[in-house]
Design a protein around this ligand. Structure first.
Ligand code: ATP
Ligand code: MG
Length: 564
C-alpha cells in the first residue's frame, strides 16, 4: 500500500514550529503574513483545501493575515469565471477572503526589477528557441551549455528587453533569462527564463503586455511586494526555493525578504487532483461539470453534501507532512460521516419501492382507510432536533429487497410468516404476496398488531428486523443518485500512466422512482439528511427532490483499520 495515515494529530507541525521560532527570534518583527496563490485556471479541489487550511490557519493562529492572490501570470488559460468561483469556494470552506490581490497588478514593478537585473549584468536576452534552451540546460551530471547570447552587453540587453516589451518581436522569438550559473547542480538555477513573448489577451490587463513573467520570476517578488513573511507552498517547489531566494536577494526590496517553505500535497486514493485532468473529465463529458458530485472539486463535494467543517477537521487531522503521501478516501469519508451523524436529520425514503398492504387495517366512517400519524425522532443523536409526525396508513412502500418470498437462512427481513417492525409504527406479519404475469412480486400482504403502536409489543416479544417505509398516499416522488468511486484504481493511472484508463463506468446510478416521506419537501436545497438505513443524502442545490448520496452509513475506515 502506498497510503499513509499517520497523523501528527496534535495541531503542531514543522510549519508552525518554524513560525514560532521566527517570532521568538524576531525575524519578521513578529509579523506573520501568508498568502493563498491559486492560478485562476480551474476550480479549487480538495487538495487546495489543505493548502487553504494551512495558509489561513497559520496566519490566524499567529495573529497575522493571509491574502488571496490570483497568480494570474498566464494569459492563455485564465478566466474571470474561475476567479469568481475561487472566492465562492473559499467562503464556503470557512475562509472568506478580503479584497483579492493580483499578480498582474505587479507587472510594471516586475518589469522594472527585470531592467534592474539587466543593468546589474544579472539578466540577458536570449534569441534561441525554447527547445534549444532546454536542451542546453543539461541534466543531473550533465553539464549545461552557455547560450551564445549570454555575453551580450548590458546596453544591448536593455535595448532588446525594451523592444520585447514594446512588441517589436514575434511570439517566442526571444526570452529574458537570469544570468546565474549554467553548471549549478540545481537545474532551476541554470539561467532560468524570466519573460517570454506571448500575445494573449489577459483577462485583466487586456493587450497591454506582450511579455509575461514566468511563475518563478513573479512569485517571490509578488510575495515581497505584499509583505508576505512565510510563503507556504507544495513540495514540488522545493527545488525552486534557491531561485526564489536568488531573485529576492539581488533586488532592492520594499521590506523583509519573504521565505518559502514547502509541505506535502494532499493526494487521496481513488481520486485525481490535477486541475488539468479534472478539466479533461469535464471536457470529455465523463462528468456533468465541475460541480458534478463525483468531482473532488470543492463545488463537487459541496453539492455531494460534504460539510465544510468536516473537510477542515480532516485537514487538521492529517496535519502537515514533509513527505508526499496518499491518504485513504475512507478516512476523509469517516470525517464526513461523523459530522453528518450529529447534524443530519433522519428521514425515511424508499429507493426501490414495493407496495406493502395491511389487510386488516381499519376503515373510517366513510369507508376509507384510517390515516394515523406516528411520532418519529428527528435525530436520536441530538434530542434538541425534536420529533416529527409521519403519516401511516393501509398501504406503505418498503424497499424491494426487504422482502423475499423464499428466504435463505440468514435473511431476517420480510418473508411469509415472519413478523418485523415498521420503524416507529407497528409490528406486521407477512401473509403472502401478489405477482404479475411474469412472476415478479408487485405487492406484499401483511396483517398488523394494533397493540404495537409505536413499534413495540406490550408482551415484550422481539423481532429481528426494523424496516423503513413511506405511506403510499402521502409519499412524494424523488430521484436519487447513488455514487461509487469515479476511478476504480486506488492510484488512478498507476498501471498505464493514464488515470482515464481506470475510470469506473458505473460511478453513478440514477433511481428515478423513489418514494420519500412528505417532510423532505421542507429540506432546504443543499441540505443534507440521513435516509434511515441507507446513508446520508444531499438535496440538490438547484433541482428540488433530487438527492445525492453523500456517503453510506458504514464506516469503511474503521474496517480498514481493523484489517491492518
Ligand atoms: P494543479 O497542479 O492541479 O494545476 P496547482 O498547484 O497548479 O494545481 P494552483 O492553483 O496554482 O494549483 O495552486 C494554488 C495553491 O494550492 C498552491 O500553493 C499549491 O501549492 C496548492 N495546492 C494545489 N494542489 C494541492 C494539493 N493537492 N495539495 C495541497 N496543496 C495544493
Ligand atoms: Mg500552479
Amino acid at each position: 500500500m502506498s497510503t499513509t495515515d499517520n497523523p501528527t494529530g496534535t495541531g503542531l507541525d514543522f510549519v508552525r514550529d518554524l513560525v514560532r521560532a521566527d517570532n521568538e527570534a524576531g525575524t519578521f518583527g513578529g509579523r506573520v503574513q501568508t498568502r493563498f496563490p491559486p492560478e485562476p485556471n480551474g476550480y479549487l479541489h480538495i487538495g487546495h483545501a489543505k493548502a487553504i487550511c494551512i495558509d489561513y490557519g497559520v496566519a490566524a493562529e499567529f495573529g497575522g493575515v493571509c491574502n488571496l492572490r490570483y497568480d494570474d501570470t498566464n494569459p492563455d488559460t485564465e478566466d474571470i469565471e474561475f476567479a469568481g468561483s475561487i472566492i465562492d469556494d473559499l467562503t464556503w470552506l470557512g475562509f472568506p477572503p478580503g479584497e483579492p490581490l493580483y499578480a498582474s497588478d505587479y507587472f510594471e514593478q516586475l518589469y522594472l526589477w527585470a531592467e534592474y537585473l539587466v543593468t546589474q549584468g544579472l539578466a540577458y536576452v536570449d534569441d534561441q528557441d525554447g527547445e534549444t534552451i532546454s536542451a542546453q540546460r543539461g541534466g543531473y551530471g550533465k553539464p549545461g551549455i552557455d547560450s551564445p547570447y549570454r555575453q551580450r552587453t548590458i546596453a544591448e540587453n536593455l535595448d532588446l528587453l525594451r523592444r520585447m516589451r514594446a512588441g517589436e518581436f514575434a511570439d517566442g522569438a526571444r526570452v529574458l533569462r537570469a544570468k546565474i550559473d549554467m553548471q549549478d547542480e540545481n537545474m532551476q538555477l541554470r539561467d532560468p527564463v524570466m519573460y517570454r513573448i506571448r500575445r494573449g489577451h489577459h483577462w485583466r490587463t487586456g493587450d497591454e503586455w506582450v511579455i509575461y513573467p514566468t511563475y518563478d520570476w513573479a512569485h517571490g517578488q509578488s510575495d515581497a511586494i505584499e509583505g508576505v513573511t512565510h510563503s507556504l507552498c507544495t513540495l514540488e517547489f522545493d527545488s525552486h526555493r534557491a531561485l526564489y531566494d536568488w531573485y529576492l536577494s539581488h533586488l532592492e526590496l520594499p521590506g523583509d525578504q519573504p521565505r518559502q517553505t514547502e509541505f506535502a500535497r494532499l493526494e487521496l486514493t481513488y481520486t485525481i487532483t490535477s486541475k488539468r485532468r479534472l478539466a479533461r473529465l469535464v471536457q470529455d463529458r465523463v462528468v456533468d461539470g465541475w460541480d458534478d458530485p463525483r468531482m473532488p472539486t470543492l463545488r463537487g463535494v459541496r453539492r455531494r453534501g460534504y460539510p465544510a467543517a468536516a473537510i477542515r477537521a480532516f485537514c487538521s487531522y492529517i496535519g502537515i507532512a514533509r513527505t508526499n503521501s496518499r491518504h485513504s478516501i475512507e478516512l476523509l469519508e469517516s470525517f464526513i460521516r461523523r459530522e453528518l451523524n450529529e447534524s443530519a436529520l433522519r428521514r425515511m425514503a424508499v429507493l426501490r419501492p414495493l407496495k406493502l398492504v395491511i389487510t386488516n387495517w381499519p376503515v373510517d366512517a366513510a369507508g376509507k382507510p384510517v390515516v394515523e400519524h406516528h411520532e418519529v425522532a428527528n435525530n436520536p443523536e441530538n434530542p434538541d432536533d425534536g420529533v416529527r409526525q409521519v403519516p401511516f396508513s393501509k398501504v406503505v412502500y418498503i424497499e424491494h429487497d426487504d422482502f423475499m418470498e423464499v428466504a435463505p437462512p440468514k435473511y431476517f427481513r420480510l418473508t411469509p410468516g415472519r413478523e418485523v417492525r415498521l420503524r416507529s409504527a407497528y409490528l406486521v406479519t407477512c401473509t403472502g404476496c401478489v405477482k404479475d404475469d411474469d412472476g415478479n412480486v408487485i405487492e406484499v400482504q401483511c396483517t398488523y398488531d394494533p397493540s404495537t403502536s409505536g413499534g413495540n409489543a406490550p408482551d415484550g416479544r422481539k423481532v429481528k428486523s426494523t424496516m423503513h417505509w413511506v405511506s403510499a398516499d402521502h409519499a412524494l416522488d424523488a430521484t436519487v443518485a447513488l455514487y461509487e468511486r469515479l476511478f476504480s484504481a486506488e492510484i488512478p493511472g498507476e498501471a498505464t500512466g493514464d488515470p482515464f484508463d481506470d475510470l469506473n463506468p458505473g460511478s453513478r446510478e440514477l433511481l428515478t422512482s423513489c418514494k420519500v416521506e412528505p417532510t423532505l419537501a421542507e429540506t432546504p436545497l443543499g441540505g443534507v439528511v440521513q435516509f434511515e438505513r441507507l446513508g446520508y443524502f444531499a438535496h440538490d442545490p438547484v433541482t428540488p427532490m433530487l438527492f445525492h448520496r453523500t456517503v453510506g452509513l458504514r464506516d469503511e475506515w474503521a474496517n480498514i483499520q481493523k484489517r491492518t
